[in-house]
Ligand binder design. Structure first.
Ligand SMILES: [Fe+2]
Ligand SMILES: [Fe+2]
Length: 375
């Protein structure tokens, strides 16, 4: 089977993955809207089989019950956060995340340190805001999984994830409100991906979109920021959230492995296309068009340069370091004549295929081990 540009048109709405006009054509929501309605087409399924069928999921469920923490009492909310100081320290360590030499001839060429710092602060706010919106997406998706998954063990586990995600929305919303004084609206590409996941009628697509793709990216992004930041409150928030997220990704991989091992090529093709679409939406989101707008820069002028920026490509591709090995473990890369492998090659992320997958990663992130008294 060959990949044609027609495939792209059908799956992501444009023939060329780097078609800037098409990327920017998706309209942003009205920032004054406080509600966004999506039709959920999936069936709600009861099960009358309460026996233990899937010990791996039950083990995760037990871990999840022990791993509950309290966002109100476990976080040092009294921490005084000087966001300019923390961002400038990060920039001193790793730069601004872009190669300024790429932007000759654009307004960025004239930016001084103050403007790069302002960009860094906006980017941090934007990133944490998208984490928050993504967490709400996870809250809604896991509630959907409780209803739609036919397996009892999975319903039990998913219910714990609903509570985890509520905490995650809570911590990011509180951090943005109390420490950064405001937030960005949901990025248009993230919203479009969440819409697709919530709308889909097939229960496994919720897992694929949320647990494998969105949470796989989140786990990598949280890990990166956790390592980087010296801001103690954010560091602790990220550490606690990661201990939950690693379980969530494991839940997705364990469940889908069973499901996908039994699927026909035709059924797998749909899943490969969905994974590709989700990957593209997340990549488009990472160009943070709302930040450029707020900085008064013409997005159309900088976006082609961002796509070519080697510094940015390194950061961006790292965010796929959990997704690609998990897709490989699920058999998504190579079915149908390596369809998804070729797409990930085109996106420049295939190099992660042999990195550790996340089926057992959650043990590494376990808080209980870290918090237990030594000796
Ligand atoms: Fe989460
Ligand atoms: Fe999660």
């Amino acid at each position: 089977m060959t990949v044609t540009h027609n495939d792209n048109q059908t799956i992501i709405g444009r023939a060329e993955i780097n078609d800037i006009d098409a990327i920017l054509a998706i309209p942003s929501a009205n920032p004054n809207d406080v509600e966004h309605v999506v039709k959920n087409e999936a069936d709600t399924i009861f099960t009358w089989d309460y026996t233990l069928q899937r010990p791996a999921l039950r083990k995760l469920y037990e871990k999840a019950k022990d791993g509950q923490w309290n966002a109100t009492t476990d976080m040092p909310w009294e921490t005084d956060v000087d966001i300019e100081k923390t961002v400038s320290e990060d920039q001193a360590l790793i730069g601004v995340g872009l190669d300024p030499a790429m932007y000759i001839g654009t307004p960025l060429e004239k930016w001084d340190d103050k403007q790069w710092l302002e960009f860094g602060v906006e980017s941090r706010n934007w990133m944490l805001s998208q984490f928050m919106h993504g967490e709400q997406g996870a809250l809604i998706c896991t509630a959907k999984i409780v209803e739609t998954v036919p397996w009892y063990d999975a319903k039990l586990y998913a219910s714990t994830q609903v509570m985890d995600e509520a905490r995650h929305v809570e911590v990011f919303a509180r951090y943005l409100e109390e420490k950064l004084g405001g937030e960005y609206q949901v990025n248009v590409h993230l919203r479009s991906l969440l819409d697709d996941i919530v709308h889909d009628s097939r229960w496994d697509m919720t897992y694929l979109g949320m647990q494998v793709m969105v949470e796989g990216l989140a786990l990598a992004a949280f890990g990166f920021m956790h390592q980087l930041t010296g801001e103690p409150l954010l560091k602790k928030i990220l550490r606690y959230v990661m201990s939950d997220e690693a379980r969530h990704v494991a839940f997705g991989v364990i469940s889908l492995k069973e499901c996908y091992d039994q699927m026909t090529d035709l059924e797998m093709k749909d899943r490969q296309e969905f994974a590709f679409e989700a990957g593209i939406r997340m990549r488009d989101r990472l160009m943070q068009q709302e930040v450029w707008e707020r900085m008064g820069v013409d997005v159309r002028q900088v976006m082609p340069l961002i796509l070519e920026d080697p510094t940015r490509q390194v950061f961006q591709s790292m965010l796929f370091s959990k997704i690609v090995p998990n897709c490989k473990k699920l058999g998504l890369l190579d079915r149908n004549d390596k369809w998804l492998r070729r797409r990930f090659e085109e996106m420049g992320v295939i190099q992660f295929e042999d990195w550790a997958d996340t089926a057992d990663d959650y043990l590494k992130f376990d808080l209980a081990a870290e918090l237990a008294p030594a000796g």
